[in-house]
Design a protein around this ligand. Structure first.
Ligand code: NAD
Length: 471
């Protein structure tokens, strides 16, 4: 029986390995992590992450061919293929701080693999890493192992949170990069055999190591760039009376452009887009390509601009002050169908409003009070001296209440900010909400999910990103 071990039981390691276990009953899969609470949660009924469809997959395989454990060394030692899916955040200090990827967790995993291995292994980069990381990992492994042979593969993950299970069941492509040597080709084939259990052959792409590593950064940069492009356009729409939804639709009809990822919003979030673009910027700078670095930086600058623009719009619309006004925040996660708040635009918007002394009442169906308190008080790394990066003091955070219902959040509020596109927010009884709010009642839709005309009919003053403003 082939044995797989995955180091890192996070948003990627957990779902990816659960799907491999489901699709490959003949493979034993162990997901290991140094975090005891995380592993305990994976072994309980309350999984550590919310992801539609994940519970059912885990329930089907856990205890049969899928195991979650903190015994990292044992499972690594026994495995034929070791995936490494640890976090690779942006460095916060030292050389490259604010841009370069922090590979501390990766390096420590690689040293441990070399240390405990007693048989040859394939080591798979599942984490998103800078191009050429495999070269460094090879050095660490070969200089520390005792005659054991390691083949390094790059197999970046393209799943999106919120649709992870769907994406893993039916991926657009699986990318495997390896050394172009007989041993490298053999390792690539071994990993292809795993995915071939359910992924059609023409969707499994093989490349050299560096192309695979760079493709992941490139894919995220392109996706984020699309969002920044439409968001930049949304500002121009507001200034001219054009409607960004109509513009996006017209643009999307060009088959060279297509319809996906063209929704204007308060900005992108999540743990990956900003981090991976900063990483790309750093790599360009290190390779003597400052103009290319500058080009990608603009994607993040527009994103910061959009978040600040939204917060400023709220304040300016409400007669230039939100001091002591109650603002309902509907949605805190960085997108719908996840409880993940890493780099969510809600943090910047909330900080902007708290900075003007608003009282916030926050509701998100999947985000806990603790997460919100932590996110608002955490220091964020200032990559470009942007606004709103200061952590909120505990006193300021007292201006925040977290509630479990949108109607509770909006009761007696002066304004509503919709910051996550949860489906349930589309079907709220806005008449009831309007009746229970202070007047004039404002709605600021950061995701363009409400029916603007209907809300205006009820009596709301509505601002929706990139749409013509209220007369
Ligand atoms: P995460 O923070 O949710 O999970 C990483 C896990 O690794 C943590 O639980 C941590 O405790 C564990 N870990 C760290 N060092 C370890 C060690 N030495 N031994 C054992 N466990 C260790 O991160 P994530 O969101 O799953 O992302 C993982 C990687 O995948 C990152 O490089 C990320 O960029 C990439 N990625 C993420 C997504 C996404 O949507 N989250 C998508 C594609 C790729």
């Amino acid at each position: 029986m082939v044995k797989i071990c995955c180091i890192g039981a996070g948003y990627v390691g957990g779902p990816t390995m659960a799907v491999i276990a489901l699709k490959c009953p003949s493979i034993e899969v162990a997901v290991v992590d140094i975090s005891v609470p995380r592993i305990n949660a994976w072994n309980s009924y309350q999984l550590p992450i919310y992801e539609p469809g994940l519970d059912a997959v885990v329930k089907q395989c856990r205890g049969k061919n899928l195991f979650f454990s903190t015994d990292v060394e044992k499972h690594v030692r026994e495995a034929d293929i070791v995936f490494v899916s640890v976090n690779t955040p942006t460095k916060t200090r030292g050389l490259g701080a604010g841009k370069a990827a922090d590979l501390t967790y990766w390096e420590s995993a690689a040293r441990m693999i070399a240390d405990v291995s007693k048989s040859d292994k394939i080591v798979v980069e599942k984490s998103t890493v800078p191009v050429k990381t495999a070269e460094a990992i090879e050095k660490i492994l070969t200089h520390n192992s005792k005659g054991i042979k390691f083949q390094i593969l790059s197999n970046p993950e393209f799943l999106a949170e919120g649709t992870a299970i769907q994406d893993l069941f039916n991926p657009d492509r699986v990318l495997i990069g390896g050394r172009e040597t007989p041993e490298g080709n053999k390792a690539v084939q071994a990993l292809k055999d795993v995915y071939a259990h359910w992924v059609p052959e023409d969707r499994i792409l093989t490349t050299n190591l560096w192309s695979a590593e760079l493709s992941k950064l490139a894919a995220n940069a392109f996706l984020a760039q699309r969002i920044s492009s439409v968001n930049a356009m949304s500002a121009l729409c507001e200034a001219t009376g054009a409607d960004v939804t109509q513009v996006s639709y017209a643009v999307s009809k060009d088959t060279r452009i297509g319809p996906k990822f063209l929704n204007a919003s308060v900005g992108f979030g999540g743990s990956c887009f900003q981090k991976d673009i900063l990483n790309l910027v750093y790599i360009c700078e290190c390779n003597g390509l400052p103009e290319v670095a500058e080009y990608w930086k603009q994607v993040i600058k527009i994103n910061d601009y959009q978040k600040n623009r939204f917060a400023n719009r709220v304040v300016s619309s409400m007669f230039n002050t939100v001091s002591n006004k109650k603002i309902a925040i509907l949605g805190f996660a960085f997108k719908k169908d996840t409880g993940d708040t890493r780099e969510t635009p809600a943090i910047d918007v909330c900080k902007g409003l708290l900075g003007d002394k608003a009282r916030l009442s926050i509701f998100d169906p999947q985000v806990t009070v603790d997460q919100i308190q932590r996110d608002l008080t955490m220091k964020k790394f200032d990559w470009d001296h942007s606004l709103h990066l200061q952590p909120m003091s505990p006193t300021t955070v007292k201006q925040v209440t977290c509630v479990w219902d949108a109607y509770e959040a909006t009761k007696d509020a002066h304004g509503i900010c919709i910051l996550t596109e949860w489906d349930e927010f589309k079907n709220l009884d806005f008449k009831r909400i309007y009746d229970n709010m202070q007047k004039p009642a404002f709605v600021f839709d950061g995701r363009n999910i409400v029916n603007v005309d209907q809300l205006r009919e009820i009596g709301f003053i509505v601002y929706s990103i990139g749409k013509p403003l209220d007369a």
